[in-house]
Structure formats: C-alpha cells, structure tokens
Ligand binder design. Sequence first.
Ligand code: SF4
Length: 372
Amino acid sequence: MRLQSELPCLFFVADWHALTTHYDDPSVIETSTWDMLIDWLAAGVDPSQATLFIQSKVPEHAELHLLLSMATPLGWLERVPTYKDQQEKLADRDLATYGFLGYPLLQAADVLIYRASQVPVGDDQVPHIEMMREIARRFNHLYGKEKGFEVKAQEAVKKLGSKRAKLYNELRTQFQQQGSESALEQAKAMLDDAQNLSMIDRERLFGFLEGSRKLILSEPQALLTESSRLPGLDGQKMSKSYGNAIALREEKDVVAKKVRTMPTDPARVRRTDPGDPDKCPVWQFHVVYSDNATREWAAKGCRSAGIGCLECKQPVIDAIVREQEPMHERAQQYLDDPSLVRAIVADGCDHARKLAQDTMRDVREAMGLSYS
Ligand code: SF4
C-alpha cells in the first residue's frame, strides 16, 4: 500500500499459476479470483493509483513465457528450491507436470514483461527473482545485438545533454576499466532520472554501460519488508493451498479459533512447563502484531511459565481482528455491487495490456519475429 503512492504499481491475479496446482479442478479459480481482488481493495489498494488486473486477460504473458522457454536451461528450473518443496508439501496432487516445472518461468515473464524494477516478495521467493535476473541477462545477451548499436548508443548519450553525457561517459569508463560497481549504480540512477529519453534509448544506454548489447528486458530486484516471512498457523510457510492461512476478511470467531488451535513450543506440554518463544510460531505473530510491552510480557511469561499459551495468544487474536475490521467495511461496497470490481479490473487489464504489448514489440523484433 505504501508503494502505490511512491511508484507505478501493478497487482495481478495469477490465475494461470493457480492452474499449475489446480489443473484438475479449475472450478475454484474464478471465485477465488474475485474474492482476492476484493481482498486487495479491502486492504487499501487504490485503483486510482495502482493497476489491478488478471493475468489471463493479458495473453502477452503467455507469449513471453513461451519465447523465454526456448532459451531457458532445464536445470535452472529444476534447481528452484520451491519446486521440490511444493511437490513434497502437496504430495496428494500429481505435480510432475510441464506447467508446474515452468511455474517460475511464467513468473519471470509476469515480471519481465513490465520491465519491473522491484518486486515485493517473501524471502522464499528471492531465488525466483534471482532466476528472473539470470533469464533477463541471458535474453539480452542472446538477442540484444543491434545493427549499428555503438553509433545509436553514442547518439543517445548526446541526448542526455552535455553535462550528463560527460558524467555518463566518465562513469561508464570507471565501470568498464576499473569494474567500479558504484559507478555503474550511479550511472543507472542517472538514466532512471533522465526524463527526456525514449524507452529504446534508455535501454541502449543501460546496455552500453555494461557492454555492447541493448537491454531489452531489465533485471528486477527483490523488495523485502521487515517481516518478509510470516509463518502459517503450523509454523510452515503460510499458504492457502497448505490450509494453514488466515484470510484477510475472516470472521472474528474463525480468527480466534485458528489462533487458539495453533501449535506452540512443543516443550510446553503442561501449563507449568516453561517455553521458548523462538520455537513457537505464535511468537512470529507477536513480532508482527504486538507492541514492545506486549512482546516483553509474552516472552517473559513464556520463559517463566507465568502465562499459559491461550493467554499469550489473546493479544494476537485481538490485533488481527482489529486489523481486519476496516477491511470488512471497505469490502462491503464491492460485495454489494460486484460490477464495481469488474470495472476496475477491466480498466486495469487495458492498461497492463498496453504496457505488455510495448515490451512484446521489442521482444519480437529482437527475436526476429516482427515480420514488418
Ligand atoms: S507462551 Fe506464547 S510464545 Fe510461549 S509457547 Fe505459548 S504461545 Fe508460544
């Protein structure tokens, strides 16, 4: 929510991704999609600032996925840690499919198609972002060759204006001759700020900094928040598909029941057994939801067996319920009139599609598929 007023943000429902694990029962996807969009609006995503859309309504994602798949080594996908992890966790489903293996590549297409600079993720997704960066790099290396690149890049440098052009050339030399990473970063920041450059010239100048290739796809960075991993109710990764999540608009008594039945430090068999907050998933919730005084009370009470686990969980329940109250209120208008959500998403899809088409024009051209 903070990001949406600072940067152009795109939030999309990854309904194709949902098919990778629910291909045999797609009936749940449509309802979940609308529900999730209402969740986001309820949480405060503002459609006048951010773009909300549905992945399958922007088919260019699939096209980029296909094109990227041509040059992506199989090993890159097989070594993604969540691949094996999810297969083990969702052992009741047959995930030995081509689509499931390609999941991180589709994710890469989702991000690269918008030339996104930052992706807010949980820390388990950082390896995926790292792979996206490798994919972008490989793509640029394979397809970023451009006839007369050097001349075009020099012309683009001139467009920066004499002062900036001089600085650009100095920083480029510093990076290329001395390997100065800070010079590279400074030059990239300067290009980001240069308002008068066209997209294509900007790409050329990014590529010219590091070598002689045009940067068609840009490398995104992971954007982690302080609490980048909130465990699920069982202490594992929180995920709807693992059945260990608290939804954003949960009924009060459901929140209470879910938290009350959360496992705690296994050493606390009896009320009189002292515990260790670091071994308890409830503690992670205190870290996110409680103030210092409550945290201190919980940690001290746990270690000394001064409080019981149910007592310890109550402030967490109260905080979650408090956090969700305004969300329930905001959601109501969309529940009363679903056409509001449909209209927001239709606008969002149009906007996202234009951005995606811009990138695909360059991608097709670079891969010799423009047929113009
Ligand atoms: S007292 Fe709190 S932190 Fe300690 S084990 Fe129980 S729920 Fe967890």
